[in-house]
Design a protein around this ligand. Structure first.
Ligand code: HEC
Ligand code: HEC
Ligand code: HEC
Ligand code: HEC
Length: 586
């Protein structure tokens, strides 16, 4: 008998300590109480959100139909306005992006040559936040000469810079707006990209304000007003972040507008599709349209703008329904209110909100993954630039050697295609991130195209007795590159000037009949694996294009096999019939 039983004879022993068994009912009871109230709160929250999403916003001052002043909208939507104003932040940097005026030409003088004779060879800087759109276009050398004179651009240039554009288009008519001169609107336009560009002031729904996007959809037989809400979260960006050109209004006429002046109408070249090949096909059907004639190779060129939306469409995120806004305008919560962050910028500056909601791994690893993708992309892009720069000089060498226009045509045609492909990738923002595989595919075709031009040029030169390597000029910094580009511009303008000579000495006499050489090895069968596919020999230096001076000589260029069946670019000309079997190598 225990002590307690002694003290309470016959009675129930009161327990001084309760065991977990005694607590259990209370725990269950309390737990279900908490769960029920949480569930209740969740339901209320869902109902509230639903209600919120159906509720028109609490409007302090109604916004007029054509109100372009962001500040006035901001009185009603202070959170969106305050974050929107942060696009004026400058000096942010990521490895390849950020909001500062990175000078592409200082960093990469190859582009001075690739854009020789065109505005982009004089001034080409990285884009920054939307708040700078008006300031930057007023200051760039592409619209304004150093002496303050304007370069004669059409008003069309304003189209993607300001919410005043839809207002002016409403007043002047769409074609009327495009017909004007850039300088005529210079004093009128001051408000940078803003609310009216993307929103309907009455409902705050996303809205397409730019006719070019609407018209491009209509020509494809699609109605943009039927786009889903999630698609609209990318399409508002596609009003500006796309490839475009100033051409003739392809119709059909909209809103009783006239067709407008030739060559000034803003058009998205999407009639054949959105890929680099589709653009080539589109522009190929309009041979009279070109942006400029390249002074070094005499090729008529197309400048790709920034096909951000087109490239994005081919990537994994678009495939999985992730929109531009998901990464560039993530949700934020402030004082319990959830809203869209309007500080559009590089998502790498806010990885937790931009990527972290879907990718549950550390910020550092997300960033290093993106940098790894971008760095590979960047290196391949430089390879393409090297090949293209050399191709332009090779064609110039052929011109110097007296090649005829007919002989040069296939070379220029291929060079046009190859540079357009490189530019499709290069001009697209994000350094390959938006669609790494598509970018690599297109760059691969650009490199192949440029090297084929070089093979054709080498043959052409050899036929005229020039067998020594072409003397490529030194373009290792921006100044040197610009001096070379300018020398060619001057020479093509006036026959009194001579372009820099690229041929090393006079033609060689035709070689005497080849000494009887026993073939070292039997000719390879035509089906032999293409030598272009052979792995790079281990002795080859690693491809560090960024450090290789662009003025590499032929001997330094990657080896290419002449007889190799080059995967044809679409509609690429085959200038000379390919011999059935490659010539025996000595
Ligand atoms: C999955 C996320 C994601 C989506 C979706 C996305 N982007 Fe990006 N975007 C990025 C990342 C990451 C970068 C690289 C930023 C850097 O290098 O600092 C980038 C870069 C950019 C840049 C250059 C910014 C800079 O600072 O260099 C622009 C412009 C851009 N994107 C526009 C768009 C547009 C327009 C869309 C939709 C058509 C889009 N992006 C869709 C993640 C995304
Ligand atoms: C009305 C035209 C227009 C619309 C609409 C537009 N952009 Fe832009 N965007 C521009 C222009 C122009 C610039 C370059 C501004 C400059 O450098 O002065 C730019 C720059 C950017 C940058 C670079 C900013 C930085 O800090 O590096 C990003 C990112 C960007 N836009 C993303 C987007 C996204 C995402 C959308 C859609 C939600 C969008 N833009 C909608 C015209 C537009
Ligand atoms: C480049 C396009 C763009 C511009 C410019 C823009 N917005 Fe938005 N805005 C969006 C997108 C995208 C959303 C998300 C809409 C959605 O998913 O329904 C949004 C959402 C909103 C919402 C809904 C609430 C929220 O935060 O999600 C408000 C209000 C709003 N914006 C106000 C403004 C104001 C005010 C301005 C001008 C200062 C502005 N927006 C400029 C694209 C833009
Ligand atoms: C709304 C969700 C969402 C957001 C936001 C998002 N992603 Fe993704 N991401 C996805 C999905 C879905 C996939 C595809 C994964 C799959 O299908 O397995 C993906 C794939 C990827 C991949 C693999 C791509 C490939 O080709 O292998 C990378 C890298 C990536 N995301 C990086 C980012 C970065 C960086 C950001 C922020 C700038 C970001 N994502 C933002 C949903 C998102």
């Amino acid at each position: 008998m225990s002590d307690s039983e002694k003290k309470y004879p016959g009675g129930v022993v009161p327990k001084l300590e309760m065991t977990w068994r005694d607590w259990l009912p209370w725990v269950v009871f309390g737990g279900s109480l908490v769960a029920t109230s949480l569930l209740g709160m969740l339901i209320v929250s869902i109902m509230e959100r639903r209600w919120e999403s159906k509720q028109p916003y609490l409007v302090v001052k109604p916004v007029a139909e054509w109100e372009f002043r962001n500040k006035v909208w901001g009185d009603n939507y202070p959170r969106e306005y305050e974050t929107f104003r942060k696009t004026a932040t400058k000096g942010t940097r990521t490895k390849f992006g950020g909001s500062y005026l990175r000078d592409y030409l200082n960093d990469d003088p190859r582009q001075v040559i690739l854009f020789a004779g065109y505005g982009f060879s004089k001034d080409f800087k990285q884009a920054r936040g939307h708040m700078y759109a008006v300031k930057d276009i007023k200051e760039t050398g592409r619209t304004t000469k150093p002496n303050g004179q304007d370069t004669g651009m059409p008003a069309t240039c304003w189209t993607c810079k300001s919410p005043q554009v839809p207002v002016l288009m409403n007043q002047m008519g769409i074609a009327g707006f495009y017909n004007g001169k850039w300088k005529d609107l210079k004093d009128k336009i001051h408000e940078p990209i803003g609310c009216l560009d993307c929103h309907d002031p009455k409902t705050m729904n996303l809205r397409i304000s730019r006719p070019a996007l609407r018209e491009a959809f209509a020509r494809q037989g699609r109605d943009i007003d039927k786009a889903s809400h999630q698609e609209m979260r990318s399409l508002v960006c596609a009003q500006c972040h796309v490839e475009y050109y100033f051409g003739n209004n392809p119709g059909p006429r909209t809103d009783g507008q006239t067709f407008g002046a030739k060559g000034k109408y803003l058009v998205f070249p999407w009639d054949e599709g959105f890929s680099a090949e589709s653009f080539e096909k589109y522009y190929g059907k309009r041979p009279s349209f070109y942006d400029w004639k390249h002074p070094i190779s005499g090729t008529r060129m197309i400048k790709m703008q920034h096909p951000d939306w087109e490239v994005y469409r081919t990537g994994i995120h678009a495939f999985r329904g992730v929109s531009c806004a998901d990464c560039h305008m993530p949700y934020r919560t402030e004082g319990g209110v959830k809203f869209t962050n309007h500080h559009i910028q590089s998502p790498l500056l806010d990885i937790a909100s931009s990527c972290g909601v879907c990718h549950r791994y550390g910020e550092q690893s997300i960033k290093s993954r993106v940098y790894a993708m971008q760095t590979k992309h960047f290196k391949l892009r430089l390879e393409a630039e090297d090949a293209l720069v050399h191709a332009h000089f090779d064609v110039a060498a052929c011109m110097e050697a007296g090649a005829t226009e007919a002989e040069l045509r296939p070379l220029r045609d291929l060079l046009w295609r190859a540079q357009m492909r490189w530019d499709y990738v290069s001009a697209n923002n994000g350094m390959g991130f938006h669609s790494p595989q598509e970018c690599v595919r297109v760059l691969g075709m650009a490199i192949n195209g440029a090297q084929r031009v070089r093979i054709m040029a080498t043959r052409l030169l050899a036929r005229r007795g020039y067998t020594r390597p072409v003397r490529y000029p030194d373009i290792s910094d921006r100044k040197k590159a610009f001096a070379i580009a300018s020398a060619f511009v001057a020479a093509r303008r006036s026959s009194a000037m001579k372009p820099p000579s690229l041929l090393a000495g006079p033609p060689q006499p035709a070689p005497s009949p080849a000494p009887a050489l026993a073939p070292a090895s039997p000719p390879a069968p035509a089906s032999a694996p293409s030598p272009t596919m052979a792995p790079v020999p281990a002795t080859a230096p690693p491809a560090r294009a960024s450090q290789r001076p662009p003025a590499a000589t032929e001997a330094q260029a990657p080896p290419r096999a002449q007889g190799a069946p080059a995967p044809a670019m679409a509609r690429a000309p085959r200038p000379t019939p390919r011999p059935a079997r490659p010539a025996p190598r000595p």
